[in-house]
Design a protein around this ligand. Structure first.
Ligand SMILES: Cc1cc2nc3c(=O)[nH]c(=O)nc-3n(C[C@H](O)[C@H](O)[C@H](O)COP(=O)(O)OP(=O)(O)OC[C@H]3O[C@@H](n4cnc5c(N)ncnc54)[C@H](O)[C@@H]3O)c2cc1C
Length: 445
């Protein structure tokens, strides 16, 4: 019995339950479909990283006597096409729980007719929808979710069986496209499963122990940077959880945030676009066409910590979590622009862009999400900079105009006797906009 293993967000060969399920029946066709609906909203960095991941996967398969079969187009046509050509009896996938993926998989299952679409495993330790309150309803608050998630079992990593798979290589494939043109100076991490495992091993050895103290410090750069690999399933979170010890609770909690937001999106798919706290939808917001929005996107707001974060996003396709919160708060509460516009910009530029974590991270910061940061707690960009980048190292790394300014004075260039002429002036006064945000909030409540 031939099976098609249709790969999507599970671009790896180890710890892969759907691969196990497919391989036990006989030969396997490893398929990836370049779906224009998913490629369109992703910017060049994420697309390039995906193509590199596919190339790494193809090389891994070839070293095991296999090959990645790549097709382009709507999966509703492409997947049944490969089934017909290969005479496959089943299509195996890791289940997708996002709104687009669920609808797509339903449509593909229908198009497959009698050939079953078999879902085994998911990109999560515990599949969204499995951890619920005692009345069976989904959690809307993280902490009780975390407790219930911790008491829920998850499977141990699946053993490596890739050496024993009988891969089918006799089907036509389009080439994996060349990388799209990337912004000058952009640096992307190495792609693929080996890179993911190597990064994770190095992180565990070097920095994991100091995660609780250093995770909020962008200057130290001591978070794992595993989000890009989790995004594409180059590693399964279960593999990572398996490696954590009893003292690694803080890191485990962050993995659980990813699982929580996936569960929230599964229960409320509309929360990808709409306010989880609907009363704030009525607030008075600014139009996203303003020059202020452009300055924010380009990292030219005149607030060094905000600009450093936005420039890191453009320079690496990644941003430190503390910065994601600072720049998101600045957009919503200092510039009064709705979170959806910022979320869309992030999704275009982030290599780890993930609908569940991104949209809900934005809603959290905007004060409109599941466990919102209280709206009235407005991040002060100067204090945030001084606290989390105490010597200004992070700002100087990303804002060359300020490299000559020493120490934490870099967070308030306007207070310098001789401010650098080529660094922009503040586009707004934070103290004024904070009051304005609170007034708008009171009016909307
Ligand atoms: C406005 C905003 C937008 C965000 N957009 C995304 C996104 O598109 N994709 C994405 O993966 N994460 C997103 N996050 C969450 C978080 O910022 C990133 O997961 C983290 O910065 C990735 O870096 P890391 O792998 O070094 O994280 P680490 O600190 O090493 O954490 C380990 C892993 O835990 C998970 N994690 C950590 N923090 C969070 C969190 N707050 N929410 C959900 N999962 C978390 C990630 O999978 C991460 O790889 C967003 C957060 C905010 C505030």
């Amino acid at each position: 019995m031939t099976s098609v293993l249709w790969l999507r967000r599970d671009l790896r060969l180890r710890d892969h339950p759907a691969l196990h399920a497919a391989a036990k029946d006989g030969p396997v066709v490893a398929l990836f479909v370049l779906d224009p609906a998913l490629l369109k909203p992703a910017g060049a960095p994420r697309v390039a990283f995906l193509y590199r991941t596919l190339r790494a996967l193809d090389a891994d398969l070839r070293s095991r006597g296999g090959r990645l079969i790549v097709r382009r187009g709507d999966p509703v046509n492409a997947v049944p096409g490969v089934v017909r050509e290969s005479g496959a009896d089943a299509v195996h996938v890791s289940a997708d729980f996002g709104p687009y993926g669920r609808a797509r998989d339903e449509a593909v299952a229908t198009a497959l007719g009698d050939v079953p679409l078999v879902r085994t495993g998911s990109p999560y330790a515990v599949a969204p929808g499995r951890v619920t309150k005692s009345d069976g309803k989904p959690f809307t608050v993280y902490t009780p979710f975390y407790r219930a998630w911790m008491s829920h079992e998850w499977r141990a990593p699946a053993l490596a069986i890739t050496g024993r798979v009988d891969w089918r290589t006799d089907l036509a494939s389009v080439d994996i496209p060349a990388d799209p043109a990337l912004p000058a100076g952009l640096t992307l991490p190495d792609a693929g499963e080996d890179a993911a495992l190597k990064t994770w091993k190095a992180y565990r050895t070097r920095d994991l122990a100091s995660y609780p103290e250093s995770r909020d410090r962008p200057d130290l750069d001591r978070t794992s940077r595993m989000s890009v690999y989790l995004k594409w399933g180059c590693i399964h979170p279960r593999t990572m959880l398996h490696d954590l010890g009893p003292g690694d609770d803080t890191f485990r909690q962050e993995i659980a945030w990813r699982e929580f937001y996936a569960a929230v999106l599964y229960a409320w798919p509309a929360s990808a676009r709409e306010y989880f706290q609907p009363q704030l939808a009525a607030m008075d917001y600014a139009r996203p066409t303003s020059t202020a929005f452009t300055a924010w996107r380009e990292g030219r707001t005149g607030y060094p910590i905000v600009d450093a974060g936005m420039r890191q996003l453009l320079g690496e396709g990644w941003m430190h979590n503390r910065l994601r919160m600072i720049v998101a708060s600045f957009l919503v509460k200092d510039l009064h622009i709705e979170w959806q516009h910022g979320a869309r910009h992030f999704m275009r530029h982030l290599v780890d862009g993930d609908l569940a974590s991104n949209q809900h991270g934005w809603q959290w910061t905007a004060g409109t999400g599941t466990d919102p940061a209280p709206y009235y707690r407005v991040f002060n960009p100067v204090l945030q900079g001084q606290k989390f980048d105490p010597d200004g190292t992070y700002v100087r790394r990303w804002v060359p105009e300020l490299r000559a300014v020493e120490g934490k004075a870099v967070h308030e260039p306007w207070a310098l006797a001789d401010p650098p002429a080529d660094y922009p002036e503040r586009i707004v006064d934070h103290a004024v906009e904070r009051q304005e945000a609170l007034a708008r909030y009171q009016a909307a409540k």
